[in-house]
Design a protein around this ligand. Structure first.
Ligand SMILES: Cc1cc2nc3c(=O)[nH]c(=O)nc-3n(C[C@H](O)[C@H](O)[C@H](O)COP(=O)(O)OP(=O)(O)OC[C@H]3O[C@@H](n4cnc5c(N)ncnc54)[C@H](O)[C@@H]3O)c2cc1C
Length: 362
């Protein structure tokens, strides 16, 4: 029996597993992909994320950075062409390398990291949770494996932290709720454009996306992306956005070298954060924690950290865990974070009322 099973080795899962491992808990960190895995992301670490990472994981290795190394902040372009510039120095990293580094740091604390292992269900029993795991066979050097059917096994834990991202299967199963996410589509190409490469540029005009559209730079690549609710429209919006960048900012671009589809939680004005039920806590995107313009690493780290601290608070000297105390503590620890997030969304709708109204019309 594990003390805690952490599902998903993104920022939320890695920090939770690392904190719990350091406190001496028996932890399983289960990740459905092989690592390092791709994660569609702009890879901007805001100062708050950097602070937490440097405190909890140490200095970020140079190998995970992309250029420009320093992100100067964000420029938001509202529907009426009004520009809002927020300067704040952050870092620009590649998520596959960054997350892999964090997962190895978690593993160093003694936690059992199992890759290619998807959690497919969580059933709460009297004093534990039974987690169903589907382990994919390892691939050979060419990327193939003869037998592609997963091996099913079960593990028990006193608590589970679901950090399985925006489309969290565990959250949907437990809350019996339908998926609720934005689909993102971004392309990488070489070229040039008359926009400041040091900033992340967001465009809220609804003719370019059903959420937001963005431009940023990673190494030699110009990255252009759109967020949509209806996946069948992503290329349509993307091509309108690219045409706009060509006509307004003189984008001169080559063919797309890479295309990425990703997910982020769909934040509605009701702002439905859910932190868990019984012995299962949700953290990061799985809890629907996301800041405006899709900044979610800072809240993934804050919630993964808080979940681990809450388990500490709910654990007695004989290593029994009181799930009610854990969930209460978790809610208390994250109260300020959530209030801050709400204020940020409110602020965004105050400077860009159109953003709220087109999201409202869904
Ligand atoms: C296009 C795009 C751009 C973004 N840009 C930024 C940015 O610049 N800065 C920023 O701060 N945020 C950004 N975000 C948001 C950020 O990526 C997320 O908020 C953050 O990754 C959330 O971390 P997480 O640990 O909750 O989930 P994730 O990072 O999504 O990690 C979840 C992990 O769980 C694994 N998993 C999923 N299901 C299972 C399962 N059943 N069993 C086991 N493992 C499972 C996944 O493989 C993954 O490794 C962006 C998001 C998108 C889509």
């Amino acid at each position: 029996m594990y003390d805690v099973i952490v599902i998903g080795a993104g920022p939320a899962g890695c920090i939770a597993a690392k904190k719990l491992g350091e406190s001496g808990y028996k932890v399983l960190l289960t990740e459905k992909m092989d690592l390092p895995r791709e994660k569609s992301c702009s890879g901007i670490l805001i100062p708050k994320s950097i602070q937490t990472i440097e405190k909890e994981f140490g200095k970020i290795p140079e190998s995970v950075f992309s250029h420009p190394l320093i992100s100067k902040g964000i420029i938001i372009n509202s529907t009426h062409g009004k520009e809002y510039r927020f300067e704040s120095e952050g870092y620009n990293i590649w998520r596959n390398l960054f997350d892999h580094w964090m997962s190895l740091k978690a593993e160093e604390t003694g936690c059992n990291l199992q890759t290619l292992t998807a959690a497919t269900g969580c059933e709460e029993e009297k004093d534990h949770v039974r987690v169903t795991l589907a382990r994919m066979p390892a691939r050979n050097h060419a990327g193939f494996s003869k037998n592609r059917s997963p091996t099913i096994s079960y593990e028990k834990a006193k608590m589970v932290i679901a950090c399985d991202g925006a489309s969290s299967r565990i959250r949907r199963d437990i809350l019996k709720s339908p998926p609720n996410h934005i689909i993102t589509y971004q392309t990488f190409c070489k070229g040039s454009i008359d926009l400041d490469y040091g900033f992340f540029h967001a465009f809220l005009d609804p003719q370019f996306s059903q959420y937001d559209a963005w431009f940023n730079v990673k190494d030699d690549y110009l990255v252009m992306g759109v967020g949509v609710k209806d996946a069948s429209l992503m290329k349509h919006y993307h091509s309108k956005f690219v045409s706009y960048l060509k006509s307004h900012y003189h984008a001169r671009i080559g063919p797309f070298k890479k295309e990425e589809v990703g997910l982020m939680p769909y934040i509605t004005p009701e702002f439905q954060v859910n932190l868990g039920k019984g012995r299962v806590l949700f953290a990061g995107d799985a809890a629907h924690l996301l800041n405006p313009m899709g900044e979610g690493i800072s809240s993934a780290l804050a919630s993964g950290y808080a979940a681990a601290e809450a388990i500490n608070a709910g654990c007695d000297f004989e290593n029994n865990i009181n799930p009610v105390k854990v969930l209460d503590s978790y809610e208390i620890y994250l109260k300020e974070e959530i209030e801050y997030m709400r204020r940020q969304w409110k602020f965004l709708s105050s400077i860009c009322p159109d953003f709220t109204s087109f999201r409202d019309s869904e």
